[in-house]
Design a binder for this molecule. Structure first.
Ligand SMILES: [Zn+2]
Length: 377
């Protein structure tokens, strides 16, 4: 593998040299003109699905365009040795901050999920100046957004129509089996290997050889474990089915803040419905779907993160994982409203002084100020 990378490196270097000579020959102006023909962050099309190559470039462009707000961080390597990067977004301050986690594309074929992570980043970066609430949240919170977690699987799902519905990672088969890939959302250390899984490596729900056997799951586990006290929210984005799922996949376990998770999920679902009228049901996996184990959601709850949800985006079965591009924008708009409801609640609970007062609270404050003015002057 190392040799292969070295060889690839030399090939790139050679191509670069050839490219440099070409630039001299054609003239730098021509080359610059050609570069301008490619997309930039300003004309990036958020209503199309993008290749991983585009998404890698898009991450770097965000960092270059918003150096005060955005930075990229290395999360780990995939099983096929590709780097996983996340975007950290927040206003830099000296005061301690809390954080929000969002990952997309843990299942390869759910293309609307990476499209949403990109939309989410665009919204918070472009709108935080005019949107006072968003600005306050960026002062108190850092957003850690991983646009594509299962990069190998995502690239594989772009290969051709026969691989389009690939779900798992692309790790090598274990001994005595011939099929590639692990269901990364069954590989986390949360009652691993017990419910809603398969130990057959050819199954779409193969849970791997042990908890965190896969580098992608291990990378998330290590990153969050080091910072677990900082994180208020863990949002993991999937499709399809239009659901907001809170822990646990195990019907015998109940989250300590079950009632709050359910109520907040219902508020988020209402916010979603208010945008385009779509219904997203709210519940735990056993309440709405099936029992499962080894999910990142359940693991995030186990380490003590307060607000933990799986979002299952559109649709309800008409197109399934092949959601048409015309639906990217409306889906992202409604899910942004839902995610914002959850993040705002978490923010206001932990930073009550910066929460925007409700209208009655504001009037009570004005009245109290007037009374005290009357008393002391
Ligand atoms: Zn999924």
């Amino acid at each position: 593998m190392k040799l292969a990378w070295q060889r690839t490196g030399w090939i790139f270097f050679f191509v670069f040299l050839q490219g440099s000579r070409g630039m001299e020959e054609r003239g730098v102006k021509t080359a610059m003109f050609e570069a301008e023909q490619q997309w930039t962050l300003k004309n990036y099309n958020y209503t199309k699905y993008h290749t991983m190559e585009d998404i890698y470039k898009w991450i770097n462009m965000n960092v270059a365009e918003y150096p005060d707000l955005a930075s990229s961080q290395f999360l780990g390597m995939t099983s096929e040795n590709r780097p996983i990067y996340l975007l950290k977004i927040g206003i830099r301050t000296d005061t301690p901050k809390k954080a929000v986690w969002m990952d997309c594309g843990i299942h390869a074929r759910e293309w609307i999920a990476p499209a949403f992570c990109q939309w989410f980043v665009k919204e918070i970066l472009q709108k935080h100046k005019e949107d006072e609430k968003l600005n306050t949240m960026l002062q108190n919170l850092d957003f850690y957004v991983t646009p594509v977690l299962n990069i190998d699987g995502y690239i594989y799902s772009w290969l051709n129509s026969s691989t389009r519905l690939w779900r798992k990672s692309r790790s090598a088969p274990p001994a005595n089996c011939t099929c590639f890939g692990v269901d990364l959302n069954r590989n986390f250390d949360a009652t691993w290997g017990t419910l809603g899984i398969s130990s057959d490596c050819c199954s779409d729900m193969y849970c791997g050889t042990g908890p965190n056997s896969e580098p992608e799951a291990k990378a998330v586990t290590e990153f969050l474990s080091r910072r677990k006290d900082q994180f208020l929210c863990f949002l993991t984005i999937h499709s399809r089915g239009q659901l907001l799922l809170y822990p646990y996949g195990n019907p015998e376990k109940k989250a300590p803040n079950y009632k709050e998770l359910k109520e907040l999920g219902e508020s988020a679902s209402k916010a979603i419905k208010d945008v385009h009228g779509m219904v997203y049901r709210v519940g735990s996996p056993p309440e709405l779907l099936y029992n499962n184990s080894g999910s990142s959601r359940d693991w995030a709850k186990d380490i003590g993160i307060e607000f933990v949800y799986t979002f299952e985006l559109r649709d309800n079965g008409t197109y399934g994982f092949l959601l048409p591009e015309e639906q990217i924008q409306p889906t992202c708009e409604e899910v942004f409203a839902g995610a914002r409801t959850i993040i705002s609640h978490a923010h206001d609970k932990h930073f009550p002084s910066s929460a925007v007062p409700s209208a009655p609270a504001l009037w009570i404050a004005v009245l109290a100020a007037w009374i005290s003015f009357q008393t002391f002057t």
